[in-house]
Design a protein around this ligand. Structure first.
Ligand code: NDP
Ligand code: 2IT
Length: 445
């Protein structure tokens, strides 16, 4: 049996209870097949697949906190330090009731390749908790964050592991986490967390970076195929940090974004999403999209899922994993959609990805398309190290350069292995090669 098949089978058996992790590994192994099979015995002897699919360290801990009624609540906290070969562990924290080890391992695994693609010196990690910030008071969120950091602080620092935001973790949570870290260590160590507020070491442009970067990637992809964002109908899913700034930049580039969604429903706004209203509803009021619909009489609100059934030219899934399934892929292609760029991590199932690719849809995976967020996090770390803040023009200029470079590298890697236009393979191969070289140079690690 080939090494890829043999190792893949072992992983599927060993981690049978971790479906999202297996999904992420299956995709990467399939992409790496031509690389590994070109020198199979070497990689087998080095147990390369076993090493890249096993996290360096996983920390799981109890997070007790007191709610507003005076009752003690207990959540589970995690940090998966996946691969630190090319730099300090780096990746977000997710606070959402669905969080479990499988989800954080898939996210940490993806982060390794994504961070490598940025060209910056950052290893891959992810963490979080099954805590649900929805409906909690600011005091409850603070109590939770303080308890979470009371354990996490001993496993992180600016050279070891640098967390940031993800689903359910934004500027408010990063503020509380940073405050507690500072209190416990008695040091102002800016570079230990990214996505900080601008008054205490945050970077201009970090909040916008993932969404803007997604559009810089989309723009690059379209230009390379003789197309343009201007005038295109775009469907976006999600209504959080990534979705909002994707909508903002898409609109600025002349596209018309006609949908967004949250976990209860979705909006169809034929005149184009009003991004300022969306920010007010989601960032200021932390409210549901029904509030958006109430204030935009021509917009429709629908319960449940549905953005991918709306006819469009471009789809940007920006909510969560496995939100774009085979029926969505079929609806998109039937309706003429020609490009899908992932703002979220692994929003498209493997079956839907293959369907889109086989039907001529340009497809850029999250680990390349949403790398702008972590890239600007790394720029925040650089600014913290030199104790300076760069202008928004400088940060945005660097972000644009990074996204262009990622596109160039993933296209070239795909071409090199006779897989032209397969950006999934290109991203996995290009991301892998740098990490592999660094691991090899460091011995058996
Ligand atoms: P937010 O918490 O800001 O927003 C998430 C959005 O997705 C919300 O609108 C949420 O709805 C919606 N959603 C719908 N269904 C679900 C579900 N089942 N689970 C969670 N959310 C759901 O998160 P981000 O915008 O930061 O993250 C979105 C995606 O982008 C994630 O996949 C994340 O990993 C990825 N990402 C984020 C980066 C960042 O810098 N923040 C960087 C790169 C990737 P509701 O409002 O009802 O909760
Ligand atoms: O998935 C991601 O890349 C993020 N949530 C951002 C991580 C970071 O360290 O900025």
């Amino acid at each position: 049996m080939s090494y890829v098949d043999e190792a893949g089978k072992k992983i599927r058996e060993k981690y049978a209870s971790e479906p999202e992790f297996i999904q992420a590994v299956d995709e990467v192994l399939e992409s790496l097949r031509p690389v590994i099979e070109a020198d199979e015995e070497k990689y087998r002897k080095e147990a390369l697949i076993e090493r890249i699919t096993t996290p360096e360290r996983v920390i799981i801990f109890r997070v007790p906190w007191v709610d507003d009624k005076g009752n003690v609540q207990v959540n589970t906290g995690y940090r998966v330090q996946f691969n630190g070969a090319i730099g300090p562990f780096k990746g977000g924290l997710r606070f959402h009731p669905s969080v479990n080890l499988s989800i954080l391992k898939f996210l940490g695994f993806e982060q390794v390749f994504k961070n490598s693609l940025t060209g910056l010196p950052i290893g891959g990690a992810k963490g979080g908790s099954d805590f649900d910030p929805k409906g909690k008071s600011d005091r409850e969120v603070m109590a939770f964050c303080q308890s979470f950091m009371s354990e996490l602080y001993r496993h992180i620092n600016h050279d070891r592991d640098v967390p940031a935001g993800d689903i359910g973790v934004g500027a408010r949570e990063i503020g509380y986490l940073f405050g507690q870290y500072r209190k416990l260590t008695a040091q102002f160590e800016g570079g230990v967390l990214t996505g900080k507020g601008l008054t205490y070491g945050g970077s201009l442009g970090r909040k916008q970076a993932t969404g803007y970067g997604l559009l810089y990637m989309t723009d690059e992809l379209l230009k390379d195929h003789g197309k343009d964002i201007a005038g295109k109908r775009i469907v976006v899913s999600g209504a959080g940090n990534v979705a909002i700034y994707a909508i903002e930049k898409a609109t600025e580039l002349g596209g018309k974004v006609i949908t967004c969604s949250d976990s209860t429903g979705w909006i169809y706004d034929p005149e184009g999403i009003d991004v300022e209203l969306l920010k007010e509803v989601k960032e200021v009021h932390r409210a549901r999209l029904t509030e958006y619909a109430q204030k935009r009489p021509n917009a429709e609100y629908h319960e449940g899922k549905g953005v991918f059934t709306v006819p469009c030219d471009i789809a940007l899934p920006c909510a969560t994993q496995n939100e774009l399934l085979i029926d969505d892929a079929k609806a998109l292609t039937e309706n003429g959609c020609f490009a899908v760029c992932e703002g979220a991590n692994m929003p498209t199932s493997l079956e839907a990805t293959e369907y889109l690719q086989n039907h001529g849809v340009l497809f850029v995976p999250g680990k390349a398309a949403n790398a702008g967020g972590v890239a600007v996090s790394a720029l925040e770390m650089s600014q913290n190290s030199e104790r300076l803040s760069w202008s928004v023009e400088e940060v945005d200029g660097k972000l644009q350069g990074i996204m262009k470079n990622i596109y160039k590298n993933i296209s070239a890697a795909a071409k090199k292995y006779n897989l032209e236009g397969n950006y999934v393979a290109g991203a996995n191969i290009a991301g892998f090669l740098k990490v592999y070289e660094a691991m090899s140079a460091q011995g058996v690690i």
